[in-house]
Design a protein around this ligand. Structure first.
Ligand SMILES: [Zn+2]
Length: 467
């Protein structure tokens, strides 16, 4: 059988974009405030997943919805199962969009919208890769399942459910990262540090709020403060904004001085790509004589965590030759006078250290500020040998189609669904050289990239299941 992969992808362009537009218009952000028995994550994520299944039924595939939290599209049969693992949920939009995040906008060969890059665009490209084979009458020797999760951005509720109720697939890939290929993933651990609620008299921290998710560098921070000297305080803030890579504003309210800082949101797997508005806010506040738990909260952020994505200040840093460095993101920071303070930190770690060692270091640092630390989640490290055919076959297809013969399989700090399978890797769809806008405002993908990915996925599924 010969298929002109690139030409076929071009032929599908309009149909693909029409379907993508529909997917982007579904606000599939996990919404715990509106969870119901039928929709444990809120309606949005389920609706986007079901939309994928609708497309597949329209195109003649078999589908299955598992309890509105995960679904799959099936093609072919065989003793073994290959899985493609994608997701239909998206991160909250956040601020700073120039267009409606939930309306796909096409401009200069790019498509903008939440999910164009992570992961609706790539997931749909993988689907069209599969459809390409079916439309050409290809019969694989392996059962193929495209599994659509609905909670990748938080707890993997749906995809974990799949692995609880269905047998583990034999091998596969997740189109939810970057090209060429990721065969190693760092461990991923999240901790919460908690503080009391006491304050002093001259300077009072009434409220502090920054960050939406553990896996995102906060782009915004707000604080409400009563001070001993408003004028001096406001002057210092203006100076601080001038001297640091952040923007912001300040206003006097009936409740105190309200400060706002804007940094830059980014994915937690490389905090250096962002500017953490929250730890900058704490660094500003730390020069004033706050007291009690408020002081501890501010000092922990400013002195132990600020601007230290490798966690060297708390001595949790470590480097592995293959898997790289420990990284740390301070994802959520909150303080108020009733509930006290909390700081959520997320660590990505290589072989050679682990979640318990990091917990110990955090506890030691937090202890100096009268705070306690709890580990709230952990996933170990994941590594597939480069000689495994799942790595070598996909690399060959990628090299053949792109002409990029220098890129190598990589190890990253992001946890993808691929780690759920022993022989699982992440494969696309962000190309080297294309700007990474996942989890950011104005998320986009070049349409040509999505079509290139579709062609690569089509051939990859073919090569992996033809024998
Ligand atoms: Zn994703």
């Amino acid at each position: 059988m010969t298929i002109d992969w690139k030409q076929t992808a071009q032929d599908y362009k309009q149909a693909y974009l029409n379907d993508l537009k529909e997917l982007i218009s579904i606000k599939s952000v996990r919404d715990d405030d509106h969870q119901t028995k039928d929709y444990p994550l809120g309606e949005g994520p389920a609706k986007a997943m079901l939309k994928f299944l609708d497309f597949a039924e329209r195109d003649g595939f078999t589908t299955k919805n598992l309890d509105n939290i995960v679904g799959y599209i099936e093609y072919g049969s065989g003793e073994k199962t290959m899985a493609l693992q994608a997701h239909a949920d998206v991160m909250p939009a956040g601020d700073g969009w120039e267009t409606d995040p939930f309306e796909m906008v096409e401009k200069d060969g790019l498509v903008f919208g939440r999910g164009t890059s992570d992961d609706k665009g790539p997931a749909l490209a993988a689907y069209y890769g599969l459809k390409m084979l079916k439309d050409h009458g290809f019969m694989p020797h392996t059962k193929i399942r495209l599994i659509i999760g609905t909670d990748e951005e938080s707890d993997w509720t749906g995809m974990k459910h799949y692995f609880d109720v269905e047998p583990e697939p034999d091998f596969g890939f997740s189109p939810d990262a970057e090209f060429p290929l990721i065969n190693g993933e760092k461990g991923n651990a999240t901790y919460v540090t908690t503080f009391g609620h006491t304050n002093g008299s001259d300077y009072t921290l009434k409220q502090f709020e920054s960050g939406l998710r553990p896996n995102m560098v906060p782009g915004n921070a707000d604080a409400l403060v009563e001070t001993g000297d408003n004028e001096k305080f406001v002057d210092a803030f203006t100076r601080f904004l001038d001297e640091n890579p952040v923007a912001g504003d300040v206003k006097a309210t009936g409740d105190g001085i309200a400060l706002h800082i804007t940094g830059k949101a980014a994915h937690a797997m490389e905090p250096k790509n962002g500017v953490n508005a929250g730890t900058y806010m704490a660094t500003f506040l730390n020069q004033f004589p706050f007291e009690g738990a408020a002081k501890n909260f501010i000092a922990f952020l400013a002195e132990d965590l600020h601007d230290d994505s490798r966690a060297t200040k708390i001595s949790a840093d470590h480097v592995d030759d293959i898997m790289g460095e420990v990284t740390m993101n301070v994802g959520i920071m909150k303080f108020d006078m009733q509930n006290g303070g909390m700081v959520n930190t997320n660590f990505r770690y290589p072989k050679g250290t682990d979640d318990k060692q990091i917990l110990g270091k955090l506890q030691k640092a937090a202890g100096k500020h009268d705070a306690g630390v709890n580990e709230i989640s952990n996933m170990g490290t994941h590594y597939v040998d480069p000689s495994d055919p799942i790595v070598s076959t996909l690399m060959t297809v990628y090299r053949e189609q792109t002409g990029d013969t220098t890129s190598k399989p990589e190890v990253v700090g992001g946890g993808t669904y691929a780690r759920l399978m022993k022989r699982g890797v992440a494969f696309g769809a962000l190309f080297p050289g294309t700007k990474d806008t996942m989890h950011q405002a104005n998320e986009f993908q070049p349409i040509d990239d999505l079509l290139k990915a579709m062609a690569i996925y089509g051939q990859s599924i073919y090569e992996l299941t033809v024998k």
